[in-house]
Design a protein around this ligand. Structure first.
Ligand code: NAP
Length: 295
């Protein structure tokens, strides 16, 4: 049995498998989910189930949150029956959601007033990374506190990087989203160009993926686009939340990101066609329609 009691809030696509890894690593675990039915599987494996985030905090030394957006993290940390109402001194909140760096800094201040700390530790690697415990985790916050909780992060990920003070984890994750979305746009354009010119798209992917144009997006999402599999690993709606966070932070820092703005507008078209809950690879379909290709 591990010495730290861990609390886990948010058992969605990502949170549920991540909490399962913590339990199997031998940490005593207390979980909370707004929709209580999602706690049943972990309860049957030995997790305690709490009635509120405050109750999770009262039981735990390290409290992990992975919910949807900035207001949701604010609610579970600082809202009624939130973590701040139950937290014990010297506890650590690790927020693994993708949210605003500014919100993380504000919550860290509130936690410090209670002799506690916040580590922002968003992830990359999708649902498969969560299930296989192969996530890339990018963390910000006090470095000594980070080192104290690193063994818990290692249970969920294979690449754990300390990025700097509170908020730097989120800023790094936003860089990740710029790279991912622009890369995907390139995949969509190359596949459209290949089809328009009569190439076999599978052969094109095979020919280029080992060279300088190779990427995760091309190898993993390229074949899905060709096979018309648009089921979500990562949904368009969540990507749009992330690109909104990128452009807000860019505006605050006076950085002009023209290509990120463009890709956000193209994803907007997918949402307008009712495809917000499809996988991000749907972007290729938008490019195909601009080229008047059959869908
Ligand atoms: P999800 O399946 O929609 O799960 C969201 C979880 O947050 C659910 O447990 C939900 O509770 C809970 N929640 C949302 N708002 C809440 C609130 N106001 N109060 C209490 N609980 C709340 O989403 P996900 O895919 O796991 O994503 C979670 C986070 O990870 C997001 O920030 C996302 O951007 C990030 N992320 C996702 C992926 C991915 O591939 N899916 C990859 C990297 C990062 P209910 O069950 O009651 O709805």
């Amino acid at each position: 049995m591990q010495d730290l009691h861990v609390g886990f809030i948010g058992l969605g696509i990502m949170g549920r498998p991540m909490a399962g890894h913590i339990l199997r690593a031998g940490y005593p675990l207390t979980v909370y989910n707004r929709t209580r039915s999602k706690t049943e599987e972990l309860a049957s494996q030995g997790a305690q189930v709490a009635e509120s985030p405050a109750e999770v905090a009262a039981e735990s030394e390290v409290i992990i949150t992975i919910v949807s957006d900035s207001p949701d993290v604010e609610e579970v940390v600082a809202g009624p029956k939130g973590i701040l109402e139950g937290i014990k001194p010297h506890s650590v909140v690790i927020d693994m959601s993708t949210i605003s760096p500014e919100v993380e800094r504000n919550l860290d201040e509130k936690l410090r007033a209670k002799d506690c700390n916040l580590i922002d530790a968003p992830v990359s690697g999708g649902d498969v990374g969560a299930q296989k415990a192969t996530l890339a985790i990018m963390a910000g916050g006090d470095q000594k506190v980070f080192e104290r909780v690193r063994p818990i992060l290692e249970v969920m990920g294979k690449s754990i990087t300390y990025c700097g003070e509170v908020g730097c984890g989120q800023l790094t994750k936003l860089c990740n989203q710029i790279l991912v979305s622009l890369n995907l746009l390139g995949v969509g354009e190359a596949l459209t160009f290949a089809r328009k010119n009569g190439l076999d798209p599978h052969v094109m992917i095979e020919a280029v993926k080992g060279g300088a144009a190779g990427s995760w997006q091309l190898s993993n999402l390229g074949p899905k686009i060709v096979e018309r599999d648009f089921a979500p690993g990562f949904m368009v709606d969540l990507m749009q939340k992330d690109l909104r966070l990128v452009l807000e932070a860019a505006a605050a820092g006076k950085a002009s990101l023209p290509a990120t703005s463009l890709v956000r507008q193209l994803f907007c078209s997918a949402q307008a066609h009712g495809e917000g809950r499809q996988g991000t690879q749907i972007l290729a379909k938008i490019i195909e329609s601009l080229a008047s290709l059959d869908q």
